[in-house]
Design a protein around this ligand. Structure first.
Ligand code: GLC
Length: 460
């Protein structure tokens, strides 16, 4: 699909400095990726070497964030051992979704990505599809390839009637609670605060609730859940606009601000990403934690003071409201122009298939996408989060499905983090976030006034 030119020609001239910055970033990213290529610098087999002889094994390269690259190391070795003529090479990228997206975008803008496959965060898809960087997959995988997956896992893979991504994980945000400190998890946000305060007062824990408040995309994932939990909506799919200044959205932001104000969460939450919150919870500092499914395995593997004392439940909402976790899936997409699409799709089939997902669920705690795995009694025993993960995948919360998501997330995280560090109350914070979001959406609108940025995703 052709990308809509995002700017009028006048704006394009005004944006020249930004375009130059982008070009420099693109070159730097491409250079960084070449350095990361497996074997580069040692064996001389990088792209500057002579092309492989036509009879040699076909290289298929996939860029992944480091934790997932490590998690699939064994399945990649299995693929290579059982697929003569193809060598699957993993480029181990940075951890953060924004950093790896910047890296991938840099080389995709140059049109010479040194990878055939990209592990894509669900939040990137509309932008990458609008830019025309992916090859549709239905030609190889068939139109019904997602039919046997859990409902949430089917979301965020299709757009404009095409399948662009095959999901490898079915992760959602979850609420972790201490089974040694309470009999059951809280049913709503009021109970979460009441239990926290009681435990803090009795000196059982230093903090009530740990979450991700740093100025980064992880805070946007928290916001998706809290907004939903207070009956607010970040994105209105029918108007293709944000609704961040509604009274419900302000109440949601106030709940977060109050957590810090009242000492239920530490001030340090404003600088916490996933791992900071996880480490503190694993050390026994708090009653509750918001995190992704992998955190449970980390806690159990770590053998710290809360090992064996942690329960997991679906994210709660305010009293009378339906809670729900943010959908955080990663999946594989095929880069347009890959010289080896057949071999690359064979790697997608294997890595996203049930055998690998079974391994990932047992060893790393990632949520599978395939429904049959949730019905497997042995897997249920070896991956105890399965029932909660399945429940969370029935009604997960999506981030705004727009090519403008990165900008919207950036400004919301900046505003909310500012509020957490005392730079403004919930009302002005959310009003500013709404105003800036509308500016972003307007600036990306096409000449006819309709907007590629606002076009909703069509999931299959
Ligand atoms: C996890 C999620 C991803 C999200 C990120 C935020 O990796 O899978 O969707 O963007 O966390 O930190």
């Amino acid at each position: 699909m052709a990308a809509r030119p995002p700017f009028s020609s006048l704006r394009r001239w005004r944006s020249l400095p930004r375009l130059l910055t982008l070009a420099v970033l693109a070159l730097l990213s491409a250079a960084a990726l070449l350095v990361m290529l497996p074997g580069s610098g040692q064996s001389g087999s990088g792209p500057s070497s002579p092309p492989a002889a036509p009879t040699g094994p076909v290289p298929v390269r996939v860029l992944m964030p480091a934790p997932l690259a490590d998690a699939v190391a064994a399945p990649v070795a299995q693929f290579n051992a059982s697929t003569p003529g193809v060598v699957l090479e993993v480029i181990r990228g940075p951890l953060d979704t924004e950093t790896i997206s910047d890296l991938a975008t840099g080389s995709l803008l140059l049109g010479e990505a040194p990878f055939d496959l990209l592990l894509v965060d669900v939040s990137w898809l509309p932008r990458y599809v609008a830019a025309g960087w992916f090859e549709p997959l239905e030609r190889w995988l068939g139109p019904e390839s997602l039919a046997a997956m859990e409902p949430g896992a089917r979301l965020g893979n299709g757009l404009d009637g095409h399948l662009w991504r095959m999901p490898l994980t079915g992760d959602t945000g979850l609420l972790y609670w201490r089974t040694d400190l309470m009999e059951r998890p809280p049913r709503d946000t009021d109970e979460l605060v009441a239990i926290s305060r009681d435990l803090q007062r009795r000196g059982k824990v230093r903090w009530g609730y740990l979450w991700q408040g740093r100025q980064y995309e992880g805070l946007s994932c928290v916001m998706v859940e809290v907004l939903q939990g207070f009956g607010a909506h970040w994105w209105n799919g029918s108007t293709a606009r944000t609704e961040l200044d509604s009274p419900e959205a302000v109440a949601a932001a106030k709940w977060l601000a109050d957590l810090l104000q009242d000492g239920v969460s530490p001030q340090a939450v404003a600088s916490y990403a996933e791992n900071d919150a996880l480490q503190s919870f694993a050390a026994g500092d708090a009653a509750f934690l918001r995190n992704w499914p992998y955190a449970w395995r980390e806690i159990e593997k770590g053998g710290g003071p809360v090992k064996g004392k942690v329960g997991v439940t679906a994210m709660v909402g305010a009293p009378g409201e339906q809670g729900g976790g943010t959908l955080g899936t990663w999946g594989l997409s095929l880069i347009k122009g890959s010289p080896h699409p057949e071999e690359a799709v064979a790697a997608i089939r294997w890595l996203t298939g049930p055998i690998v997902q079974r391994q990932l669920a047992i060893e790393q705690g990632y949520a599978p996408t395939w429904s049959t795995l949730y019905d497997d009694p042995e897997l249920q025993r070896r991956a105890p989060l399965l029932a909660v993960q399945r429940q969370a995948l029935q009604h997960p919360q999506l981030r705004p499905p727009t090519p403008a998501y990165a900008q919207l997330s950036d400004l919301l995280a900046r505003q909310v983090n500012g509020m957490l560090t005392g730079q403004g109350g919930p009302g002005p914070t959310m009003a500013a976030a709404q105003r800036q979001s509308l500016q972003v959406l307007r600036s990306l609108a096409g000449p006819a006034g309709d907007t590629a940025a606002g076009r909703p995703a069509v999931d299959r």
